[in-house]
Write a protein that binds this ligand. Structure first.
Ligand code: KMH
Ligand code: ZN
Length: 310
């Protein structure tokens, strides 16, 4: 089996500071967290920006550029910049960071969906919220539609093509793979694909072995084994590690990180690096080596850090 591409998703745009003291949201905090994960063996880091003063998700390309630049100055990890952004951002807002920084990878979300975490709000008493924006933000996800229309996806595809940014396709359900097939048949996107199966979002496919096998099987049927590589994200604990263990056994790849899961064990809050170390232990038991960034660049056909614009 080929080496394991281990991606770490550091902050996302849904995890809020009150959920865990380990969520980094300053420029140096996020970048240094990424560097620590790279030093621990993470092949690729997936970054979202936050407003440094209060941790609110941000699409400010200048913040994104400062985070990506600090990471590049200190390690050779692949940087994947989000175009998923967060609640309240337009598709154009969401694209700015990737369009300006021209990273090797940027996320490309394959369909619209409900993307909610409102049940989390009931765990907090009013005085528990660290920042005044959090409660409304979390409760507001009850009515959040994560928009990725076919029109949006054409714009994402054109912008990434123009800036020589390879899409990391985020598929949250089986229909998203069929959407990618439609984009392929329309001549908008062409293989080979780097697919992230994102399982367990409230609004997407649940994170179970059956779901993962269905996603792999559907992708194989639609694109052919030779035309894609896949990685999996299990949202929440223990799903993150259940899916990781399956992917390690099946020859897939893995994403961990506080964007998707806060716990390294039941009720034990984790730093991102703790999640990386746990996946490394699981991979070691299956004798699956972790790919270096350059090995992953070779596997994914990435342009190299000399060609980015940050
Ligand atoms: N924050 C979610 C709404 C991505 O990075 O492209 C979507 C997301 C996926 O984070
Ligand atoms: Zn993301």
């Amino acid at each position: 089996m080929e080496k394991l591409i281990l991606t770490t998703a550091l902050t996302g745009a849904i995890t809020v500071p009150s959920q865990t003291p380990h969520l980094q949201y300053t420029i140096d905090g996020i970048a240094d967290d990424a560097i620590a994960c790279a030093e621990a063996g993470s092949t690729s880091v997936h970054i979202h920006a936050r407003i440094p003063e209060n941790g609110h998700p941000s699409s400010d390309p200048e913040i994104v550029k400062k985070i990506a630049s600090r990471i590049k100055a200190n390690c050779d990890a692949i940087v994947c910049i989000t175009t998923g952004g967060g609640m309240g951002m337009t598709p154009q807002d969401r694209l700015r960071g990737a369009a300006i920084c021209k990273p090797e990878l940027a996320s490309f979300n394959l369909g619209s969906m409900n993307f909610s975490m409102h049940p989390v709000a009931k765990w907090f008493k009013p005085e528990d919220w660290k920042f005044d924006w959090e409660k409304d933000y979390v409760e507001g996800t009850k009515d959040f539609i994560f928009r990725n229309t076919f029109g949006d996806m054409e714009i994402f595809a054109e912008t990434m093509e123009k800036n020589n940014v390879k899409p990391e396709f985020e598929a949250y359900d089986l229909s998203h793979l069929h959407n990618l097939k439609f984009l392929e048949k329309s001549g908008i996107i062409k293989p080979p694909y780097w697919l992230q199966f994102v399982l367990g979002v409230l609004g997407g496919l649940v994170a179970t072995p059956e779901s993962l096998i269905a996603m792999v099987q559907t992708a194989t049927n639609l694109f052919g084994n030779e035309n894609f590589r896949w990685s999996v994200i299990g949202v929440g604990y223990p799903m993150e590690f259940n899916m990781a263990a399956m992917a390690i056994m099946m020859g897939g790849h893995v994403r961990v990180g506080l964007e998707d899961n806060l716990f390294v064990k039941r009720k034990v809050l984790a730093k991102n690096v703790d999640l990386v170390e746990k996946v490394k232990r699981i991979a070691a038991e299956f004798e699956r080596e972790i790919a270096t960034p350059d090995e992953a660049r070779e596997m994914l056909g990435l342009k190299g850090l000399d060609a980015v614009d940050y």
